[in-house]
Ligand binder design. Structure first.
Ligand code: FAD
Length: 429
C-alpha cells in the first residue's frame, strides 16, 4: 500500500477505535514507519494548530495527535454561552473528523509517561515512538495552597465548585447557574499567572447580569488576591453595585468546601455556591517529563522551562513546548499571555521549527502576537480589545507592548475572530 493510502487507513482505524490497536501491554501503537514521526500530545489551540501546519509544511513527516477527549470545545466565547448569549461553546468538534480533514493520525488516549531517553510516549493503550515531540497539554489546577495533601478535599472542590478553566467543566458550570436559587455565589480569582487573565472578571460580570435578568436574589462575591482589572473595577462599582461584591487584595488562606467557608487574611466568608478557581500550573505530563522550570531557590515555578525563541525544552531539542503550559520567555515581562490566540501562533511557529529541522535548515526566528476580545458589559454590550505585540530588543531579549481599546458598539468581532481561528485548525468544510 502506498504511503498516502496507508495514512488514510490509519486515520480511520485509529479514530474509529479499530481492534488492531495494541492492547493493554505497552506494545507499539503504530506500525513502524519509514517516515520520521512527530507526536503531538494535546489537541487544544496549540496542538491542533501545530498538527495542521506541520502537515502542510512537511507532508513527508508522519504526524500523530494524541488527545484524551472525544471532542474539542471552545473556552473562548464560553462566558457568553454560560448565560445564554451564543452557541459556539456548547458545540463539540469531533477530533476524528478534524484529523481526517487535515490528513494526520489521531490516537484517542491519555498519555501518561514521556520517556525522553527512548523518545517514546506511553499511553494506556500502548506506546508511540517519536522523532520530535510537541507537548501542548495546557494546564492543571494546583489546590495545594488550600488543601495541602488532602486529595479528597481537592477532588470534592473541583467536582462541586468547578473553576471552569478546562473545557470539560463547561456543562457542569452552566447547570450550576441554572440551578442557583440565591445567596452568595463566590468566585476566587487565581493568583497570576493563569489562563486568560480577563476571563474570570468577564464571567463575574456575565453572572451578575444573569442574576439581574432573572431576578435572582444573589450576589457574586469576587475574592481577588490583587487589585482587580481597572476596566472591570468601574463597571462592577457603577453598574453592578447590587449584584457584585469585589474583595480586592484578599488572599485566600484556607477553604472548607464541605462547610462552604473561605478564609482570607481578613475574614471568613460563607458561601452558598460558586466557582472556586485555584492556582494553575502546566499540565501533568510536563511534570512527569521533568520539564518544569525552577527558580533561583530551586523551587519549581509550575510552568515549563523552554527556549523562548525556538520553543524546545532547555536540554532537549527533540521536545517542544507550546501553549498555556509555557514558562517565562522574557526577563522584561515574564510569560506570554495564556491565550488561545497565542497558543495558535506558537503552534504555527513550532511547525516551522520542526519542518525546518526535518529539511535541514533552521527558520528565521519568529515571535507571536496576542489578540483578546473581552466583554465588560452586556446591557448595553461593551467590549475591550487587548492586543499584545512582541519584538526582539537590541540585546535579544523579547519585549512586549500592550494596547487596550474600548469599543462601546461591538458588532460580533469576537465571533468573527473565533471563526477565523477555527478555520485555521478545526475541520474544513
Ligand atoms: C473562560 C475562558 C475564556 C477564554 N477566552 C479566550 C479568548 O477570548 N481569547 C483567547 O485567545 N483565549 C481565551 N481563553 C484561553 C484559551 O482557552 C487558552 O489559552 C487555550 O485553550 C490554550 O491552549 P492550549 O493548547 O495551551 O491548551 P488547551 O486548549 O487546554 O488544550 C490542551 C489539550 O490537551 C489535552 N490533554 C491534556 N493532557 C493530556 C494527556 N495527558 N493526554 C492526552 N491529551 C491531553 C486536553 O484534553 C486538551 O484538549 C479563555 C479561557 C477561558 C477559561
Amino acid at each position: 500500500m502506498g504511503q498516502k493510502g496507508r495514512r488514510h487507513f490509519l486515520v480511520a482505524g485509529l479514530a474509529l477505535g479499530s481492534t488492531w490497536i495494541a492492547g493493554p501491554s505497552l506494545a507499539e501503537l503504530l506500525p513502524s514507519s519509514r517516515a520520521r514521526r512527530v507526536v503531538i500530545v494535546g489537541g487544544g489551540w496549540g496542538g491542533l494548530t501545530a498538527a495542521r501546519h506541520l502537515r502542510l509544511m512537511a507532508p513527508e513527516l508522519e504526524i500523530v495527535l494524541i488527545e484524551r477527549s472525544p471532542t474539542f470545545r471552545s473556552l473562548p466565547l464560553s462566558n457568553k454561552w454560560l448565560v445564554g448569549l451564543g452557541q459556539e461553546s456548547g458545540r463539540g468538534h469531533d477530533y476524528a473528523t478534524i484529523a481526517r480533514s487535515h490528513g494526520y493520525l489521531l490516537v484517542r488516549a491519555d498519555a501518561t509517561v514521556i520517556d525522553r531517553e527512548l523518545r517514546r510516549v506511553i499511553t494506556e493503550k500502548g506506546s508511540i515512538d517519536y522523532d520530535w515531540l510537541i507537548l501542548a497539554v495546557g494546564i492543571r489546577y494546583d489546590y495545594a495552597a488550600w488543601f495541602g495533601d488532602d486529595h479528597q478535599a481537592a477532588k470534592y472542590a473541583r467536582r462541586s465548585y468547578p473553576a471552569g478553566f478546562i473545557a470539560d467543566e463547561l456543562d457542569l458550570l452552566k447547570q450550576k447557574l441554572l440551578d442557583f436559587k440565591g445567596g452568595n455565589f463566590v468566585m476566587t480569582i487565581p493568583p497570576s499567572p493563569y489562563r486568560c487573565p480577563p476571563a474570570p472578571y468577564e464571567r463575574a460580570m456575565m453572572v451578575a447580569w444573569w442574576f439581574k435578568q432573572k431576578n435572582i436574589k444573589g450576589k457574586v462575591v469576587i475574592v481577588d488576591p490583587g487589585p482587580g482589572m481597572q476596566v472591570f473595577n468601574s463597571v462592577f462599582a457603577d453598574r453592578y453595585e447590587k449584584q457584585i461584591v469585589h474583595l480586592t487584595h484578599a488572599k485566600v488562606t484556607a477553604v472548607d468546601p464541605f462547610r462552604k467557608i473561605i478564609a482570607t487574611e481578613f475574614d471568613d466568608l460563607r458561601f452558598d455556591d460558586g466557582m472556586l478557581m485555584p492556582a494553575q500550573q502546566a499540565g501533568d505530563l510536563v511534570w512527569q517529563a521533568g520539564l518544569v522550570e525552577r527558580g533561583s531557590d530551586g523551587e519549581p515555578s509550575g510552568w515549563a522551562a523552554l527556549d523562548p525563541v525556538r520553543l524546545h525544552a532547555i536540554d532537549d531539542e527533540r521536545v517542544f513546548l507550546i501553549g498555556d503550559l509555557a514558562g517565562k520567555v522574557s526577563s522584561l515581562f515574564g510569560h506570554y499571555p495564556k491565550s488561545g490566540h497565542l497558543a495558535n501562533q506558537l503552534g504555527k511557529i513550532v511547525a516551522k521549527e520542526i519542518a525546518g529541522r526535518a529539511h535541514g535548515k533552521l527558520p528565521e526566528p519568529q515571535l507571536p502576537e496576542s489578540v483578546c476580545h473581552v466583554y465588560t458589559d452586556v446591557a448595553p454590550m461593551e467590549r475591550v480589545r487587548i492586543d499584545a505585540n512582541y519584538r526582539f530588543r537590541g540585546d535579544g531579549v523579547i519585549s512586549q507592548s500592550v494596547r487596550q481599546v474600548v469599543d462601546p458598539q461591538p458588532r460580533g468581532e469576537d465571533v468573527d475572530w473565533a471563526s477565523s481561528m477555527y478555520a485555521d485548525f478545526l475541520a474544513q468544510g
